[in-house]
Ligand binder design. Structure first.
Ligand code: OXD
Ligand code: MN
Length: 587
């Protein structure tokens, strides 16, 4: 077996030989990343009934995967960052010493691939020729992981060529499906060793190691050492009717509409406006020599939430999913098309577990609320091929899901108050992670599940990055999810969010005045256009923008207490900015 471990990178060979000895696969398969390899894996999985072809006339080259019912989302409570010092990792993460982390998972890997194929996936995060690209090798026994990695990353022989010359500078990711029991599941990160060990889950965020594990947790740790940022952000280009394009990065917690915002189609009342999709989930942000912040999307595909995706909410995605897509845990119609809540007028015949409509319990959704689609970026008609050097960011949005309190939009007065706006984010939990849904929790910069180090150091790092920027992006906070007293959403969202983006762009270009408030700058009512939005009155818009000073101050008191949990790491300037804002809101 070890004779098959023959790359030109000795560090890679040494690691793979250890892995083979540990997991004892029946064969090793190096993934070349070709379409033929993908097709072969898909047809093998269809033959073994791990994958089900969907209606090939209406959904050509689309397949359905049904996961184990206990393995449908990220397992945050089983996700650990393992380092020498606990204080490096902070209370925002589960921590184990590196030694204990290895000791906990290694016995599970012993002999875990007996009788199975071990796939070796060399992958690249970011455009292959980008100076910002990062490399990794994922070893897995899951063909589902291989076919998903093919869509989500650049992978295969051309990547191995590059890794051959990297010496030890690549991430080693070991993944094994195990028996999928949550009692034998761990997602362990060893940032000091550039290593990931994930056992017992096939779910995307736990098993596609290039994504959350590498591109966010390990990358954020690395970015701290090297002076850049790895963030849970979409990236879009916003083009106005004059043809000017401005790039915006936006952080929202999981399953809060990042993919929809990334692919927004403006309404008819916004002729000439266009949104270009650069990325929908992760942004790596680098201070440039020109004092601006430059961004790349490290991913090559979308792993999006299917429920709620429709012709109305996200027409680009709705059409892109009609071919070459892997679906996970959606329902099925009688004509073998994928089905999810909020899709269209069709009816489901089977739920995500394969039970027929008569067998399934009425109150249960037919698609799992975290059902996903995996599709290459190239399939999206609004996708913009990113230049290797990235795109310059003019504005950063932080967005939380808040039924109350938080206005539709405000602009921070400066970088520090922008960092405060991001760090103060609280949002309601969603089905993207196991656990209760709708619980309000602190989710700074939407990075609670993804920051690979101590939040105190993270906020300090954000402040430091700002100091390197002579032309920093303007920072905004948005909330599409405010509700009225009857529990109805007050803002229509989706394509109509362009109205807020228009204000964001104008403010970033210094083209509009604004009202000054303790929170930051607020739109002067009429500056958010309501043209063509017949259902909304200026009074309703005023309610959406209303800030209850006392209630907001109370929220920030809680945030301050949260910040203090990370002291002495929490930067004192952040605490002072928060205290000053509380005092102003109260006065
Ligand atoms: C995702 C997530 O899958 O945030 O992007 O959970
Ligand atoms: Mn995400």
């Amino acid at each position: 077996m070890n004779s098959q471990i023959n790359s030109a990178n000795q560090y890679l060979n040494d690691w793979l030989k250890q892995v083979v000895d540990q997991v004892q696969p029946s064969q090793v398969k190096w993934c070349d990343g070709s379409d033929e390899e993908y097709d072969q894996l898909v047809s093998d999985m269809v033959a073994s009934q791990d994958l089900m072809p969907l209606n090939q006339e209406t959904y050509p080259n689309c397949f359905l995967y049904r996961s184990h019912p206990d393995d449908v989302a990220r397992s945050e409570h089983l996700t650990y960052i393992c380092t020498k010092e606990k204080s490096d990792v902070g209370d925002n993460n589960n921590w184990l010493s590196s030694q204990d982390g290895h000791q906990r998972v290694d016995p599970l890997f012993a002999g875990s691939m007996k009788g199975r194929t071990m796939y070796v996936i060399p992958y690249c995060m970011g455009p292959l020729e980008s100076p910002y690209a990062q490399f990794g090798v994922e070893v897995t026994d899951s063909p589902y992981v291989v076919v998903n990695m093919k869509k989500m990353t650049t992978m295969g022989s051309q990547v191995l060529e590059k890794i051959n010359h990297l010496g030890p500078k690549f991430v080693r990711g070991l993944h094994c499906t195990g028996d999928l029991s949550p009692n034998r599941r761990w997602i362990m990160h060893f940032p000091e060793e550039m290593m990931i060990k994930s056992f017992g889950s096939g779910y995307g965020g736990n098993a596609l190691l290039g994504k959350k594990c590498h591109a966010l947790r390990l990358a954020s740790y690395q970015a701290k050492q090297e002076g850049w940022l790895a963030e849970h952000m979409l990236i879009v280009g916003i083009e106005n009717p004059q043809g000017e394009k401005v790039y915006v990065a936006a952080a929202f917690p999981s399953a809060c509409g990042k993919t929809n915002l990334a692919m927004l189609i403006p309404p008819e009342s916004y002729p000439g406006w266009k949104i270009w999709t650069v990325g929908d989930d992760i942004a790596w942000l680098f201070p440039g020599d020109d004092g601006r912040l430059w961004a790349i999307n490290p991913e090559a595909g979308f792993f999006g939430v299917a429920p709620g995706t429709s012709e109305k909410t996200n027409p680009h995605a709705f059409h892109m999913l009609r071919k070459n897509t892997l679906f996970t845990n959606v329902g099925l119609t009688a004509s073998n098309e994928p089905w999810w809540e909020g899709k269209d007028k069709s009816s489901p015949a089977y739920n995500w577990r394969g039970q027929s409509a008569s067998e399934s319990t009425n109150s249960q959704p037919f698609a799992h609320p975290n059902a996903r689609f995996t599709v290459s970026c190239a399939e999206c008609s609004s996708y913009e091929q990113q230049p290797p050097g990235g795109v310059p960011i003019s504005a950063i949005l932080f967005g939380s899901r808040r039924a109350e309190l938080v206005p539709l939009v405000f602009q921070a007065k400066n970088w520090l108050e922008g960092v405060l706006a991001g760090a103060a984010m609280c949002s309601e939990t969603t089905a993207a992670a196991t656990g209760e849904i709708g619980v309000l929790r602190n989710d700074p910069m939407a990075m609670k599940p993804f920051c690979g180090y101590n939040f105190g150091d993270y906020w300090a790092h954000w402040i430091e990055v700002g100091k390197k920027l002579s032309h920093p992006p303007q920072i905004f906070h948005v909330n599409w999810f405010r509700q009225d007293k009857d529990g109805q959403f007050m803002w229509p969202g989706f394509g109509e969010n362009i109205r807020v983006l228009e204000w964001v762009v104008a403010r970033s270009n210094n083209r509009l005045d604004a009202q000054v408030s303790p929170l930051g700058y607020l739109p002067i009512g009429s500056d958010i256009s309501l043209t063509g939005l017949d259902d909304m009155t200026p009074e309703e818009l005023a309610r959406l923008l209303y800030v209850d000073g006392a209630a907001y101050a109370a929220h920030l008191e809680n945030v301050l207490a949260y910040f203090k949990k990370f002291s002495p790491k929490t930067p004192s300037v952040l605490l002072e900015a928060c205290q000053a804002m509380i005092a102003q809101l109260k006065s």
